[in-house]
Design a protein around this ligand. Structure first.
Ligand code: NOJ
Length: 571
């Protein structure tokens, strides 16, 4: 398609502005063949459940062929399904069955890096090969013997390994892997790399997918220090120094045009660690034809010190609500927000921001959802969040399977950090909490599998499971259904202007959404003790009609623990 054709046809209608997306982490969703690992036929078997929930789009975490160093975020073949998850035919069937139910399906696009087993990388390892420049290769640090400790080209750390550089004896050089040695970074400066990625994306669109969630997409344009062969900043683990490189917008515009993303009205969401609201506004401004929306990390980094996710910090409510409000304001005129607490990289929201005790779990899961889903943007639900799954009792290092957690444990232990302290951080922030199998019912292995699952089921599955939630009209699941319906039916939920109220209040999260003369007021007690509503600082509650709440009586001036109300104000 020529740039002129693109300009003529690229008029996205923004269907995704009214959509709710559901993320599936296939390995933990539903096993169909009894090998203990979730698979694609398992997902297909649960489509009716997802349709009942009412979501519009499914996002599949990677199911491509992969050595599974990082559970599929290390891809060795972009055009095939890993046998662990089934076959391409299974995936075609899933896409067709989803479409039959009116559900769209987006794939994870992992193109900042490949697996070290990808044929591109295998060829690149040959020093004179045509693909040498598809990755970043560098000689040892001057004055050092290649392959010896300290000879890495610079001191950059990887996210899941001590160094971002791995020595390859074949050429005596090092390659860059910002995540782990099994995930070498592609060199997007090379146009052949970009063309190959575009072709692969078109291939998936031809197979029927409706868009892409783009893994760490703001890392594809590397800082000029690196692309000009100089040293990387020593601490890319936080990504701040290497994110949002100089050619990011150019690469995204080119991708959009060459693949026809906007022209075909596909959903595009870019995962962007280190992206500021300014970057997001630029990238998601529809006039620029880059992406529909991005995943910010700012709100999920607030309970840590700086870039170090393992250094725990308290999170007072005002900081969280102010951060979300800042993104609402920043993208109010141009661009679009994605809304999430949970995904496969984050601990469970109800345990992290709510109260997962028996007394408060249900209401805190509902209230957190109310607050998030009433913000402006596209909400994302992570499997199990819709019925209030919690963190797991991971108390020993042997309970952890994730490459990130194991690497942190090894590094921190070597640095002399006390085991107790390491385990405390892991128990709060480890990614494995999100990866325990979905708790479908109270039968052995929670209905996830018939044999030992790849990761133990959270023992609370006897009480907390989808089947129990479906039977209970007052369940978290039923509340999510109502929130989704409200978004679909009410334009003010989709498009209304956001205004934060009571920004300093440390218990109550309150805001309005306004569209013309329609006004919604949302008040939520985000604490486990009652909260008096400062009625003098709120719009007139006498004029308010309760349209959705966690408690039946929506008129009292005191909110119960984790009570929330969505009120329509008379115009
Ligand atoms: C972000 C993904 O969400 C995460 O799971 C993965 O480890 C890294 N990117 C590397 O692909």
């Amino acid at each position: 398609m020529s740039p002129a054709d693109f300009e003529r046809t690229a008029r996205p209608d923004g269907w995704w502005r009214s959509a709710v997306v559901y993320q599936i982490y296939p390995r933990s969703f539903q096993d169909s063949n009894g090998d203990g690992v979730g698979d694609i036929p398992g997902i297909t078997s649960r489509l009716d459940y997802l349709a009942e929930l009412g979501v519009d789009v499914l996002w599949l975490s990677p199911v491509y062929r992969s050595p599974q160093v990082d559970n599929g975020y290390d891809i060795s073949d972009y055009h095939d399904v890993d046998p662990l998850f089934g076959t391409l035919a299974d995936l075609d069937e899933l896409i067709a069955a989803a479409h039959q139910r009116g559900l769209k399906l987006i794939m994870d696009l992992v193109v900042n890096h490949t697996s070290d087993q990808h044929p591109w990388f295998i060829e690149s390892r040959e020093p004179g090969s045509a693909k040498r420049d598809w990755y970043f290769w560098r000689p040892a640090r001057p004055g050092h013997e290649p392959g010896t400790p300290g000879a890495e080209p610079d001191d950059a750390h990887a996210a899941f390994a001590p160094s971002a550089w791995t020595y390859d004896p074949r050429s005596g050089e090092y390659y860059l892997g910002i995540f782990s040695p099994g995930q070498p970074d592609l060199n997007w400066e090379n146009p052949q790399v970009r063309h190959a990625v575009h072709a692969m994306m078109r291939w998936w669109i031809d197979r029927g997918v409706d868009g892409f969630r783009m893994d760490v997409i703001n890392l594809i344009s590397k800082p000029s220090a690196l692309t000009s062969g100089e040293a990387l900043d020593p601490s890319p683990a936080g990504f701040g120094q290497i994110a949002n490189g100089p050619r990011l917008d150019e690469f995204l515009v080119e991708m959009n045009r060459e693949v026809g993303l906007d022209a075909q009205n596909l959903l595009t969401v870019g995962e962007m660690p280190g992206a500021t609201v300014e970057v997001a506004r630029r990238v998601t401004d529809p006039a620029r034809h880059e992406l529909n929306m991005v995943f910010t990390f700012e709100h999920v980094n607030l309970d840590q010190v700086g870039w170090n996710k393992w250094e725990l910090a308290d999170l007072p409510l005002p900081r969280l609500k102010e951060n979300l409000a800042q993104w609402q304001d920043g993208l109010a005129e141009a661009g679009w927000n994605s809304l999430y607490y949970d995904n496969h990289d984050q601990p469970r929201a109800v345990s992290r921001f709510g109260d997962d005790s028996a007394e408060h779990r249900v209401n805190s899961a509902k209230t957190l959802a109310t607050v998030l889903h009433l913000h402006k943007g596209t909400p994302y639900i992570y499997q199990g969040e819709e019925f209030g799954m919690t963190n797991a009792p991971l108390t020993h290092i042997a309970h952890y399977l994730d490459v990130e957690s194991l690497n942190y444990h090894a590094r921190a232990s070597a640095a002399g950090v006390e085991e107790d302290q390491i385990l405390r951080s892991l128990a709060r922030k480890g990614r494995d909490h999100a990866r325990t199998p979905v708790q479908w019912d109270d039968t052995p292995y929670a209905g996830f599998t018939t044999d030992i699952p790849w990761m133990p089921v959270n023992p609370n599955y006897i009480e907390i499971n989808a089947a129990a939630a479906l039977r209970d009209p007052g369940s978290v699941f039923a509340h999510f259904q109502q929130l989704i319906r409200l978004r679909h039916s009410d334009e003010v939920v989709r498009e209304g202007r956001f205004e934060l109220l009571l920004s300093d209040h440390d218990q109550v999260w309150a805001f309005t959404r306004t569209l013309g003369d329609q006004v919604l007021l949302i008040v939520a007690n985000c604490s486990s003790v009652p909260a008096e509503l400062p009625v003098d600082s709120l719009p007139d509650l006498d004029r308010a009609e309760l349209i959705l709440g966690t408690h039946p009586d929506g008129t009292s001036a005191v909110l119960g623990p984790w009570e929330s109300r969505v009120l329509r104000l008379a115009s």
